[in-house]
Design a protein around this ligand. Sequence first.
Ligand SMILES: C[S@@+](CC[C@H](N)C(=O)[O-])C[C@H]1O[C@@H](n2cnc3c(N)ncnc32)[C@H](O)[C@@H]1O
Length: 272
Amino acid sequence: MDMSPIAAGAFSKLLERTTGQELVAGRRWRIETALSPVMRAEGLETLDQLAHRLGRDEETRLAQDVVEALLNHETSFFRDITIFRSFAAEALPAIAALRGDTKRLRIWSAGCSTGQEAYSLAIELRRQAHLWQGWDIPIVATDVSPQAIARAREGLYGQMEIQRGLPIGDMIAWFNPEGESWRAKPELRRVVSFAVHNLIDATPIGRFDVVLCRNVLLYFPPETRRLVLEHIAAAMTPDGLLFLGAGETVLGQSDAFEADRTLRGFYRPKAR
Ligand SMILES: C[S@@+](CC[C@H](N)C(=O)[O-])C[C@H]1O[C@@H](n2cnc3c(N)ncnc32)[C@H](O)[C@@H]1O
């Protein structure tokens, strides 16, 4: 379907202004597939008509539907398993060694999509329950998308979703069957809380010892990436650890972080 440059520009601008995400030329092919359901729901036939109806008001329900449709929520349980393993085997023990007095660790999954990352962390912690007796380790998981957060809170996954990254033994151990789907058990849901939060806003979200921001920075233009990394650094304890998606780095992107000297793939806020 043809789309005028003006319509393409309108969708890209809306997405970037509301979420910081850039719809680079190489990803514009996604627009049509992503927006077809919105067009159908509105009874429209072309993307140009949709762009026209969108007008300039970004607070409308239609604008929110368009943003939701354009966001990439791709995720899975234990995505990049090696990073997860070193998180459990190295990062958590390293930071826990510094928190013996309070026995409290706060974890933030920033850009959590539909919750698989946060539940994977909760599973990892439950697996090591013997190490964490008497500890309080809440996981806060946030995303700019209200729809993704609503789904994450439900903790209910279809067959295809549950099988992505989750071995069958874990599925049975940590999820209850519900019709054709699987719901995270209360012991997982108890430790994870979900909230809508936009990383481009400086709104304080708390102070965290460990932050995961994986496969989110990828689609921010450089200046937004820098801003978001500053917001994340401001929400961390000075000795906290940040970890990113495979192939992502903060090096050359921001002065707010430096690579950890011993833990490979982890970053620490730079002393100010
Ligand atoms: C590709 S998913 C990654 C999910 C998960 N972290 C992972 O690695 O599997 C990226 C998520 O970032 C969210 N996101 C995009 N822009 C955001 C922003 N400005 N603030 C918070 N979340 C954002 C999207 O809604 C999407 O759910």
